[in-house]
Design a protein around this ligand. Structure first.
Ligand code: PEP
Ligand code: MN
Length: 341
């Protein structure tokens, strides 16, 4: 961090300011110009708040050189993190050369529905089954999910197929029924629910953290940092489209966020082409683009009867369309030197 002091700051004042910074465990390099003194702070500056420092009466300007996230930062962890999940059907990985494919309906609607979709996505080569039981819906009058019953249905589908489960948790007390859920999804609307993130930092399960509807990638990384700072290093980041002025699609897939995140963090980065586009016909192209951009996985909505789905039918692939897409994705994965998992 670089701190420029106001012109005319006296030598003694500058010294006092510098030694206050040293007391925080940082090394301070002082350069005195003719009119201005500039301090270079070296060390772990992640706990410093640039805005608070800028408010000091001696400070003219504060510039961060290092990112405010530490545990998620590739700088301190150059190799890719791989998150492996062991399920009855074997171990499936996301990141570190594994292209994790998560597929299933937006919502669990019945035992028959989730069983049928689980069997279909497994046959097509998916490594993980998704299904929402607790649903964050824009309207309180829309289907809210089957709750605990939905989790039981997912668990039955896991038994039948051996696929590990991914499901969204909206409140921490729901963790009680997530024993058999392998990856906990934090939805876009909860990306900055800091209390929830802190609690998930204390749980040992991998967390799939979706980017907020209008969040920057740095905010996404800081949200991951909340979970990691609590001791849970197993975080998977998900680009799921952001709000822009464009209206043809539900959201705008920020494809360049994928290589950018891959540069900045060692955590696996996956893409949700279903919520990013909102249109089933656009999902295959967006999925391929994501893999070509370096994504470590995909989360794709698949429904056996999209027209009658209780949520997100318009963006759900049929099992046949998903199976066709998987054939192409395997070729894309080969080109990227990754194994579909
Ligand atoms: C979902 O996965 O069904 C979902 C609600 O996603 P998001 O939080 O990205 O909107
Ligand atoms: Mn959905």
């Amino acid at each position: 961090m670089i701190i420029a002091l106001k012109q005319g700051t006296g030598g003694e004042e500058a010294e006092r300011f510098a030694s206050a910074m040293e007391k925080r465990g940082l090394t301070v390099h002082v350069s005195r110009g003719e009119t201005q003194t500039v301090l270079g702070l070296v060390g772990d500056t992640s706990s410093l708040d640039p805005e608070a420092i800028a408010a000091h009466h001696l400070v003219a300007k504060v510039m961060r050189v290092q990112e405010p996230y530490k545990r998620a930062n590739r700088l301190f962890h150059p190799e890719d993190t791989r998150i492996d999940v062991a399920a009855p059907g074997g171990v499936h990985g996301i990141g570190g050369g594994r292209l994790g494919i998560i597929a299933g309906p937006c919502s669990v609607e019945s035992g028959e529905q989730i069983s049928a979709v689980a069997a279909a996505v497994k046959a097509a080569g998916a490594g993980f089954l998704r299904g929402g039981a607790f649903k964050p819906r824009t309207s309180p009058y829309s289907f809210q999910g089957m709750g605990c019953e939905g989790i039981d249905m997912l668990c039955a589908a896991k038994k039948e197929t051996g696929l590990p489960l991914v499901s969204e948790l909206m409140e921490i007390h729901q963790l009680e029924v997530f024993d058999n859920v392998d990856i906990i999804q934090v939805g876009a609307r909860n990306m900055q629910n800091f209390n929830l993130l802190k609690e998930l930092g204390r749980c040992g399960k991998p967390v799939l953290l979706k980017r907020g509807l209008a969040s920057t990638v740095t905010e996404l990384l800081m949200a991951a940092e909340y979970i990691m700072a609590g001791g849970n290093e197993k975080v998977i980041l998900c680009e799921r489209g952001i709000r822009t002025f464009e209206t043809f699609s539900r959201n705008t897939l920020d494809i360049s966020a994928v290589p950018y995140l891959k540069q900045k963090t060692h955590l696996p980065v996956i893409v949700d082409p279903s919520h990013a586009t909102g249109i089933a016909g656009l999902v295959p192209a967006a999925a391929k683009a994501a893999v070509a951009a370096g994504a470590d996985g995909l989360i794709i909505e698949v429904h056996n009867d999209p027209e009658n789905a209780l949520s997100d039918g318009e963006q759900s692939l049929t099992p046949e369309a998903f199976s066709d897409l998987m054939k192409t994705l395997k070729k894309y994965a080969d080109l990227e030197g990754k194994t579909v998992s």
